[in-house]
Design a protein around this ligand. Structure first.
Ligand code: ATP
Ligand code: MG
Length: 387
């Protein structure tokens, strides 16, 4: 029996031109996600997508489940438009159900030429199932199992399963953003959340070789690879931050190291945003976690850029962030013990509520433009694809 993966999508609020753009992008993203799994013709009809399934159904489903914008999927049998074939397919699908006592049949009939009407189809299929199965009963209000029949011009689709997916918006539909990607737990989750709302993410990592090892860079590449499974690919800038850190350490008061370092990061992110035509910066900051995450700190750090800074984790507790990190499979990489450039740079008494003026004053000792230009010139650009 021929099988297809039926894909449901859509934020209900989308209308007109937006809807069209959403669909086109989603179709492209599904195609990209299935690259390498032999060519498949993906059909788009009546606000659904249909992917033919062959022997590698599992792999197809795993990949489709990571495409943002999809609400749920079902594996459906496709049969000719005859009631006997529909009943037979329903029985086959039903026999794969492991648990339950009650069921109902729900029919949709967008193809009105089919001679039987929806209630009659449901009745016939239900009767056939009752006759050919054990102790099942019909319960139309609160069934354990729903057998779905959809009668369309090209055939009847029959399925009993519905796998919930991630929802969100197709990556690329809301624009591009630069993600400050450290090797920590938080920023990959923040990037993933940005993707969920349709952002195309460009990663930016600050690397302080030889203070941080080559392996700590590999770790960030591994993280970028994990989140690229949700977007097809991730472009990653690796910025060499060593000279900037040295200059700060040499010329600025210790209590402002972190504030000034983070202002430099934001300045460079601002630069990369302009290069990439990205309209936002995304960080893994949350409120009150560390010294640089007080409102006062964020204010002083944010002051160097006019580009909106998105902080998707702002209201999450660490444990909630860890849950997400485990779900998207970045956690085990993040906890590997390779030092981040920030951890090497933590003063004994950082200013927890810095004021703008003394920080600006302290920065006068730096050749800010020169330092930024030098590090931007040495930036490596990588394109990371999923495994
Ligand atoms: P994370 O777990 O993401 O490292 P964190 O809780 O350790 O976050 P900080 O180290 O203060 O917090 O960093 C806050 C945010 O700044 C990070 O989430 C990330 O977006 C950005 N950031 C920090 N270090 C780097 C780095 N080396 N390269 C790029 N971005 C960084
Ligand atoms: Mg960190």
């Amino acid at each position: 029996m021929e099988q297809v993966l039926l894909i449901r999508y859509g934020e209900i609020s989308l209308k007109g031109k937006n809807r069209h753009q959403f669909e086109r992008r989603l179709l492209q993203n599904v195609k990209d996600a299935l690259k390498g799994l032999e060519p498949r013709r993906i059909e788009l009809a009546y606000g659904r997508m249909y992917v033919p399934l062959k022997e590698n159904a599992e792999a197809v489903i795993e990949r489709v489940k990571k495409v943002f914008g999809i609400v749920s999927v079902s594996v459906a049998a496709v049969v000719p438009l005859e009631i006997e074939a529909i009943c037979e397919a329903a029985l086959q699908q039903f026999n794969q159900v492991k648990e339950g006592e009650t069921f109902k049949v729900e029919t949709q009939r967008p193809y009105k030429q089919f001679p039987l009407q929806s209630p009659e189809i449901s009745r016939r299929v239900g009767g056939y199932l009752l006759k050919n199965t054990g102790n099942w009963k019909v319960d139309v209000h609160n069934p354990d199992v729903t057998v779905n029949v959809e009668v369309r011009q090209e055939g009847a689709y029959v399925y009993t399963n519905k796998i919930p997916c991630l929802g969100g918006l197709p990556v690329g539909t809301t624009g591009r953003a630069v993600l400050l990607l450290s090797g920590g737990i938080d920023s990959p989750v923040a990037g993933w959340m940005g993707m969920k709302r349709g952002l195309e993410i460009v990663g930016l990592h600050f690397h302080s070789f030889p203070f941080t090892s080559e392996r700590s860079k590999e770790k960030v590449i591994d993280l970028a690879r994990k989140i690229s499974a949700y977007s097809g690919k991730v472009k990653l800038y690796v910025n060499h931050f060593t000279e900037i850190q040295k200059a700060i350490r040499k010329n600025c008061p210790e209590q402002y190291y972190v504030t000034i370092m983070r202002r430099m990061m934001f300045r460079i992110a601002d630069r990369i945003c302009r290069q990439e035509e990205a309209k936002a910066i995304v960080t893994g900051e949350s409120l009150g976690q560390v010294a640089s995450q007080t409102l006062e700190s964020m204010g002083v750090i944010n002051e160097v850029t006019k580009i909106p800074v998105l902080r998707p984790l702002i209201a999450l507790d660490k444990l909630e962030i860890i849950d997400y990190a485990q779900k998207i499979d970045t956690y085990d990489i993040s906890i590997q013990p390779y030092e981040d450039c920030c951890t090497l740079f933590v003063p004994k008494h950082p200013a927890i509520r810095p004021k703008l003026e003394p920080v600006q004053k302290a920065e006068e000792a730096l050749d800010i433009e020169g330092l930024i230009q030098e590090s931007v010139d040495k930036t490596e650009v990588l394109v990371i694809y999923p495994d």
